[in-house]
Design a protein around this ligand. Structure first.
Ligand code: T4K
Length: 403
């Protein structure tokens, strides 16, 4: 516990966590289960090219999502690219700027132009009311993101897409294990793309799933992921190598077994943050619809500098010095990142995106951390609030506090 300024590791004190706690620390499966799967894989000498582990992974994920087709691929970025190609997207695609840069890059890499849309400041997801003004004769699709696993305004987006004859794709990289109107995310729009990267709620080291109920689209994605080969081994279209290996699928399968445990721990952690952060002025914790399934994998706070006394970046640097590796996802917003902040991309002011990108901080959760350690983190945040003025003085910062 910190009692005076000198106790802060940012100044002279020892860090609270000798071994850092980090946003994105992977949740690890049961070793025995993983190693047994590796043994089977090695014994069979079947290492890639849609072997038994990948087939089982696709089956299990498909069951979780309740979709007809779950197609495993190397990662979600390449999954988005496969979908873009399989849907024959052209020209412009409307996408939120407040997302991981990979969402925008997946489009750019396919020769498509991302057109950035602002977000709803409550949900952090694309604001449907801003989409119509961005549609041009060159628009072919909307790529919406279920940020933090929070579902987009799916019905409104579907209405807009249908009205304008646009394709609707969801970047569901964050959203495995989350629901919308009590239905698992996965079957909405033309396709949804999930990530199983190491930093996700469960992981396959790297990995992605394209989920869809459209059989013809699924066939095209399957062929394109494997150089355009069809089931008979004949090349019928252009393709790439976007396959998931058997080793990755083993990790994905073993991780799936712990999904319930991870979600339970995340929820316990989330409740601890919720109870403890409640009375700290200027800190607002993102909330989720209680009737929906959610993984609580992202503990997202918004910092109001005027009320808290310190800017988000100052708090982040204090936390980092203490061994608490919080993250400023998704600063500064794709539209303010190269190549999208330079011509020929149209420069737009996205008020809510820019405001949030300056105020959002994700805090550590997952199997690496428990509610006692969360109490330590929140005590530190409270200490920063209570000592904001002397911290600013010591750092030579000016005040923007109100009152
Ligand atoms: N769409 C959205 C909305 C996304 O968020 C992402 C990916 C994608 C699409 C694309 O999905 P994939 O193609 O990746 O399947 C991470 C991930 O690389 C990326 O997958 C993820 N989103 C993005 C939000 O975050 P970083 O920059 O946070 O990773 P890194 O290496 O800084 O790690 C974060 C923390 O986790 C560090 O403190 C260390 C810790 N860590 C990380 C890894 C990889 C570990 O302890 N062990 C590890 O193995 O990007």
């Amino acid at each position: 516990m910190k009692t005076c300024l000198q106790d802060l590791a940012a100044f002279e004190g020892p860090p609270l966590f000798a071994s850092a706690v980090a946003v994105g620390r992977p949740n690890l499966p049961d070793k025995a289960s993983l190693f047994a799967r590796f043994e089977d894989m090695l014994r069979s000498r079947w290492l890639t090219n849609h072997g038994p582990a990948v087939r089982e992974f696709e089956e299990r994920v498909g069951e979780h999502l309740g979709v007809a087709h779950a197609i495993a691929c190397a990662n979600a970025t390449v999954g988005l690219q496969l979908v873009a190609r399989a849907l024959d997207l052209q020209g412009e695609v409307i996408v939120p700027s407040f997302t991981f840069i990979g969402t925008a890059h997946a489009l750019d890499w396919m020769g498509l132009r991302p057109v950035f849309c602002d977000i709803d400041p409550q949900t952090h997801c694309i604001d449907p009311s801003q989409i119509a003004s961005l549609i041009t004769p060159d628009t072919s699709a909307i790529l919406a993101v279920h940020l933090w696993g929070r579902p987009c305004a799916i019905e409104e987006l579907a209405r807009i897409a249908a009205h304008h004859g646009l394709r609707l794709v969801f970047d569901a990289a964050h959203a495995f294990g989350c629901s919308y109107n009590k239905t698992p995310l996965g079957g909405f729009g033309n396709a949804e793309v999930f990530s199983f990267h190491a930093t996700k709620v469960i992981n396959a080291f790297e990995g992605g799933i394209v989920a869809t109920n459209d059989g013809a689209l699924a066939d095209r994605v399957r062929r394109m992921r494997n150089y355009g080969f069809d089931d008979m081994g004949v090349v019928v279209c252009p393709g790439t190598n976007a396959k998931l290996s058997e080793g990755h699928a083993c990790m994905g399968l073993a991780s799936l077994e712990i999904l319930g445990r991870v979600i339970d721990r995340n929820f316990e952690n989330y409740r601890a943050y919720q109870n403890l952060l409640r009375n700290i002025p200027g800190i607002q914790l993102m909330t989720y619809h209680v009737a929906e399934r959610h993984h609580h994998h992202y503990v997202v706070i918004e910092i109001n500098e005027a009320l808290f006394g310190l800017h988000r970046d100052v708090l982040e640097s204090i936390l980092t010095a203490e061994g608490i590796l919080a993250r400023r996802y998704f600063h500064p917003g794709c539209h303010r990142t190269e190549p999208y902040c330079s011509p020929p991309h149209t420069q737009r002011t996205l008020r809510h995106t820019e405001d949030l990108a300056d105020r959002v901080l994700c805090l550590p959760t997952g199997m690496q951390i428990n509610p006692d350690e969360i109490a330590t983190i929140v005590d530190l945040i409270r200490f920063c609030f209570e000592n904001a003025a002397p911290i600013r003085d010591r750092m030579g910062l000016r005040s923007s506090a109100v009152g």
